[in-house]
Write a protein that binds this ligand. Structure first.
Ligand SMILES: [Zn+2]
Ligand SMILES: [Zn+2]
Length: 199
């Protein structure tokens, strides 16, 4: 695998800027991959694991770059929990390592690097230099991966009996004997509502 600095450059290019989150994300991904024994995540090992992320912040982009796990490959899972955490899961066993950034790591950066002028510099140096144990909590977890969660083909495709929209990967429910998409099955879960009457 590339060196830390090479990975950071790749992350910077993909994300659009260099920030503390890129450094943190590269560190989280390297730690997770190391624990799973994955050395070639974007090559020979690319089908061995998937990654779940729990926040839509800078670090998530870096995690995607280092792991090669992307939403469009169904290898990146997003749980919108607002936590600086990611879980790297071995597909064959469902065993995963969940890595969480310590909540006090910002305060630690301010404390240890107080000679540096800006918060950004303090965080970037801390996230680059401190050992994993000072930055992260790790836990082994079990993740129930369904066939529909795994990278691969589109799976079964149905047409929703109510809205007529096509649905892949078994994301439908049976209601009154009909195959219905999840947004018709539970309209309260929709993230949108129509602003004009449907025609
Ligand atoms: Zn950023
Ligand atoms: Zn529908």
């Amino acid at each position: 695998m590339e060196s830390f600095d090479e990975l950071l450059r790749l992350a910077e290019a993909a994300h659009g800027h260099l920030c503390a989150g890129q450094i943190l994300g590269v560190r989280m991904a390297l730690l997770g991959l190391n624990r799973l024994g994955i050395t070639d995540p974007r090559g020979a090992d690319r089908k061995r694991f998937v990654t779940s992320v729990e926040i839509d912040r800078c670090a998530t982009d870096a995690i995607s770059v280092v792991t090669g796990c992307r939403l469009g490959k169904r290898a990146l899972k997003f749980r919108d929990w607002g936590k600086m955490a990611a879980t790297f899961v071995e597909v064959a066993t469902g065993r995963g390592i969940r890595v969480v950034a310590h909540e006090d790591s910002r305060a630690l950066a301010d404390d240890l690097y107080r000679h540096l002028e800006t918060k950004r510099e303090r965080q970037m140096n801390a996230y680059r230099e401190l050992p994993d144990a000072q930055l992260f909590r790790e836990q082994w977890v079990r993740v129930a991966l369904e066939p529909a969660d795994l990278p691969g083909g589109p799976g079964e495709r149905i047409k929703c009996a109510r809205c007529g929209e096509g649905v892949n990967f078994g994301r439908f429910a049976f209601i009154d004997g009909e195959q219905v998409c999840l947004s018709c099955a539970s309209p309260e879960s929709r993230y949108w509502e129509p602003i004009a009457p449907e025609n």
